[in-house]
Design a protein around this ligand. Structure first.
Ligand SMILES: Cc1cc2nc3c(=O)[nH]c(=O)nc-3n(C[C@H](O)[C@H](O)[C@H](O)COP(=O)(O)OP(=O)(O)OC[C@H]3O[C@@H](n4cnc5c(N)ncnc54)[C@H](O)[C@@H]3O)c2cc1C
Ligand code: SF4
Length: 488
């Protein structure tokens, strides 16, 4: 364990942020990671409590007490090996994971949890800087061919695991760059894209082939999901050419808000707005871009995607940014005895909110109002919640000024036509139907076709996508070889 009395001696130390004025002028990451000695002290706070709830709280079951201890002892190289044994991409989770492990930390029962995510971040950033992260090509090749549809964290984790098991892996991506929502959802200020690029180089050296601009199956007419495909490949062809296919196409269908005035100009899905900015940061020249400069921006939806719209709008130079949430404001502090070790219900204020945003809770949108075909305002009403039921509060109608409205109310699920092209059954929520049970896990009803990540579980988190990609890789390996040495 770290230092026996460490948790009594040292406080939790948060990673720092660049000042707001400075970070609003750039698209660069602004989190200041822990220095080596700071990370050691944070590692020393780990109590080695015996039943590591953190390890269970982490969806990929990172072996947290072990790497905390190794960092405390200055054995960074070994800490990296422990981290990589459960997580293909700690530089992604070390930046964007909401850290359910910390909610589950035993110290969190009556103190501040160990800064697990900041330690993970420190280990992997040091590892890249030291040149410790190198390709691990397989010792032997199986001659089996695996196709992966979608290059988000689920597809990438599966591809790396399967290539290391010796299979011939090809990743198909309809967009022009690899990375899924890591590339075209999460803004650069939360995660710079060079982190994806160097992993792609590593994976190419391990034998993975990447094919961008290839749509597998088809999208419905008028679909608004990101699609920069230059060619299409049929599901039948893919199943014919490969020994196994893993569907990891995400849950891309945005939830709409069909109220009067929805057709007005200036109302967009978050996933029309955010990918464009990531493209511009990547150096692409766009014919036109949805911009927030000088505008009153209303973001509808109080979650992470909405928060990314807030941060992006403020970097554009919006005149005002207001975010609506249908649910009431959660308590600022969780009820720890009630919620620990689970993810607590509490108010979450992101770094984007701190950069400037008015947050309105318990508010519903009734109508978009406009002039000459363009949105000028949002008509709202306050709502009351009782026993899970919502009712409008009479006399609370109000019109908020709006030049740009961004819809960030979550995602309905995967694009149905892609699953239909393969003949894959859907569950009640429209996701690819496949259980995660050990035998037959991740297998759909169609022979040799598997599904993982948001496409199987619905809209979720990067860490869950990595978990599903890893577990699906083992399932595919077992299907192809009869047995598998890949970890689950
Ligand atoms: C704006 C935004 C911010 C987020 N922020 C966070 C965060 O901070 N932390 C966090 O943990 N999670 C965050 N998430 C959620 C997280 O990004 C997703 O849960 C995760 O990326 C899902 O991974 P995936 O691999 O299953 O799918 P995705 O990342 O969605 O990747 C799927 C890929 O498949 C491709 N594809 C789909 N269909 C086809 C086809 N037919 N042919 C070829 N290619 C296809 C898509 O183009 C896409 O690139 C965020 C999501 C959004 C939208
Ligand atoms: S991946 Fe997320 S939950 Fe797991 S240890 Fe890292 S920050 Fe915690």
């Amino acid at each position: 364990m770290g230092k026996v009395t460490g948790f009594l001696e040292y406080e939790r130390l948060e990673e720092g942020y660049e000042p707001v004025e400075k970070r609003l002028k750039t698209w660069k990451e602004f989190v200041i990671g822990l220095k080596e000695d700071e990370a050691k002290i944070q590692g020393a706070r780990c109590m080695d409590c015996g039943t590591p709830f953190c390890n269970n709280g982490c969806p990929i079951h990172n072996i947290i007490p072990d790497f905390n201890d190794l960092v405390y002892r200055g054995q960074w190289r070994q800490a990296l090996d422990v981290l990589h044994s459960t997580n293909n991409f700690p530089e992604f989770t070390g930046r964007v994971c909401p850290a359910p492990c910390e909610a589950a930390c035993t110290l969190n029962v009556n103190d501040d949890p160990v800064g697990i995510k900041s330690i993970e971040h420190a280990i992997i950033d040091r590892a890249w800087a030291e040149g410790w992260v190198v390709p691990q090509p397989p010792q032997r090749r199986t001659g089996k061919k695996v196709a992966i549809v979608g290059s988000g964290p689920a597809g990438l984790a599966a591809a790396q695991q399967l290539a290391r098991a010796g299979h011939d892996v090809t990743v198909f991506e309809k967009n022009d760059r690899i990375g899924g929502l890591l590339r075209y959802g999460i803004p650069d200020f939360k995660m710079e894209k060079s982190h994806i690029d160097r992993r792609i180089e590593q994976m190419k050296a391990e034998g993975v082939t990447f094919r961008t601009g290839v749509l597998v199956g088809k999208l419905p007419e008028g679909s608004k999901v990101t699609n920069w495909a230059k060619e299409t490949l049929s599901a039948e062809q893919l199943c014919k050419d490969f020994d196994a296919v893993l569907l990891a196409g995400g849950a891309e269908q945005s939830r709409d808000l069909p109220v009067p005035g929805r057709e007005l100009d200036g109302i967009h899905f978050a996933m029309e707005f955010l990918p464009q900015q990531n493209k511009v940061v990547a150096g692409d020249k766009l014919k036109s871009q949805i911009r927030a400069d000088g505008k009153h921006v209303i973001v509808i939806g109080g979650g992470d995607t909405g928060s990314d719209c807030v941060g992006t709008s403020n970097r554009h130079g919006a005149k005002s940014v207001t975010q609506f949430e249908l649910l009431p404001m959660p308590p600022e502090q969780e009820n720890k005895p009630l919620t620990w070790p689970y993810w607590p219900y509490k108010l979450r204020t992101s770094s984007s909110h701190e950069e400037g945003c008015v947050r309105e809770f318990a508010i519903a949108t009734k109508e978009f109002v406009g002039e000459k075909g363009r949105v000028t305002g949002v008509k709202t009403v306050r709502v009351d919640w009782k026993d899970g039921k919502m009712s409008e509060v009479p006399g609370t109608e109000q019109v908020f000024k709006a030049d740009l409205v961004l819809l960030a109310m979550g995602f309905l699920g995967p694009v149905g036509s892609v699953l239909e092209a393969f003949g894959v059954d859907k569950d009640a929520r429209g996701n690819a139907k496949a259980s995660t049970e050990f035998i037959g896990g991740y297998r759909t009803n169609v022979d040799k076709v598997f599904a993982a990540g948001d496409m199987r579980r619905g809209q979720s988190l990067v860490v869950w996508a990595i978990r599903e990609g890893r577990q699906a890789a083992r399932a595919v390996d077992e299907y192809l070889m009869g047995t598998s040495d890949l970890p689950r």
